[in-house]
Design a protein around this ligand. Structure first.
Ligand code: URA
Length: 230
C-alpha cells in the first residue's frame, strides 16, 4: 500500500491533510522523516506520524530443529505442536513455511511474513529441500534414475519435478526435491514399496539446519539467511 493512502485511512483524514503532514516533516518511515508518500510500504514498515505510531510490527523468522512426535501446526487438540516449543512473544502470529510430518525431524521455518513463506512453499519458486532418508528396504540405483525422471502422483495428476538422490548406504540416502507435495518423500519411496523409517530435513534453499541446535531448539534467522529467500 502507498504510504500516503495508509496514513489517510489510519487517521481518517483527507489527502490534503496528509500532504501537509509530509511538508511539516511529521512523517517518519522506519525512523526517518520522509517528504512525500507515493512509495509503497509493507506490513513490517514502522510508520510514525506526529509522534503517534501507526504501525510497528516486526518481521520474525525462526529456524527450529523439529523433534519427533510433534505436529507441524499452530494448534492441535491432541498433540504438542511446534509452536508449543517456542518461548517467544507473539508466537501465535507465526505460521509455518513448509510442514514436516509428525515423526519427521529437522529444519522447520516459522515466520509472520506471508510473502516470504510463499516463496518457500509455492512449487513455482522451486526452492530445493534436502532430506536424509532411512528406509526399510535396500535403495538401488534404479531410484536415482526414476526420481530424476519424476514420479506420477495420481491424486494431484502431476509428475514430480526432477529430484536428486545420492545413495549413502544400502538403507540411507540424501534426497533433494524442488517442491513440497503432501508426504512427497514417503510417496516417492512408496513407488518402490519401500517404507521410509527415518526422515530428517537438512536444508531449504540456502538455509541449512544449524548443527548447534538440538532437537526442540530454535534461533532467529540471520539477515543473510532471510535474504537468501527474498
Ligand atoms: N516428505 C514427507 O513424506 N514427509 C515429510 O515430513 C516431509 C517431506
Amino acid at each position: 500500500m502507498r504510504l500516503d493512502r495508509f496514513i489517510e485511512s489510519k487517521l481518517a483524514v483527507s489527502a490534503q491533510s496528509v500532504r501537509e503532514l509530509f511538508l511539516q516533516r511529521q512523517v517518519l518511515l522506519n525512523g526517518i522523516a520522509v517528504s512525500e508518500g507515493r512509495g509503497r510500504i509493507s506490513e513490517f514498515c514502522r510508520v510514525e506520524v506526529a509522534g503517534r505510531i501507526l504501525q510497528s510490527r516486526e518481521a520474525v523468522y525462526i529456524m527450529l530443529h523439529k523433534p519427533q512426535g510433534c505436529v507441524s501446526a499452530t494448534k492441535d487438540a491432541k498433540n504438542k505442536t511446534v509452536i508449543d516449543l517456542l518461548d517467544f512473544p507473539q508466537k501465535e502470529n507465526l505460521h509455518l513455511a513448509g510442514r514436516l510430518d509428525f515423526n519427521t525431524t529437522g529444519l522447520l521455518l516459522l515466520t509472520n511474513d506471508g510473502k516470504w513463506s510463499r516463496k518457500i512453499t509455492q512449487p513455482t519458486h522451486k526452492i530445493p529441500k534436502t532430506y536424509l532418508v532411512q528406509t526399510k528396504e535396500v535403495i538401488t540405483e534404479d531410484y536415482v534414475r526414476v526420481f530424476a525422471e519424476g514420479i506420477y502422483f495420481g491424486f494431484e495428476d502431476l509428475t514430480t519435478l526432477p529430484a536428486e538422490l545420492t545413495i549413502l548406504s544400502p538403507y540411507s540416502a540424501r534426497l533433494t526435491i524442488y517442491e513440497g507435495r503432501y508426504h512427497q518423500v514417503k510417496r516417492m519411496f512408496g513407488f518402490f514399496n519401500n517404507e521410509v523409517v527415518g526422515l530428517h530435513r537438512l536444508s531449504m534453499g540456502k538455509i541449512i539446519l544449524d548443527t548447534n541446535l538440538a532437537a526442540g531448539e530454535y534461533r532467529l534467522l540471520t539477515a543473510e539467511e532471510i535474504d537468501s529467500i527474498k
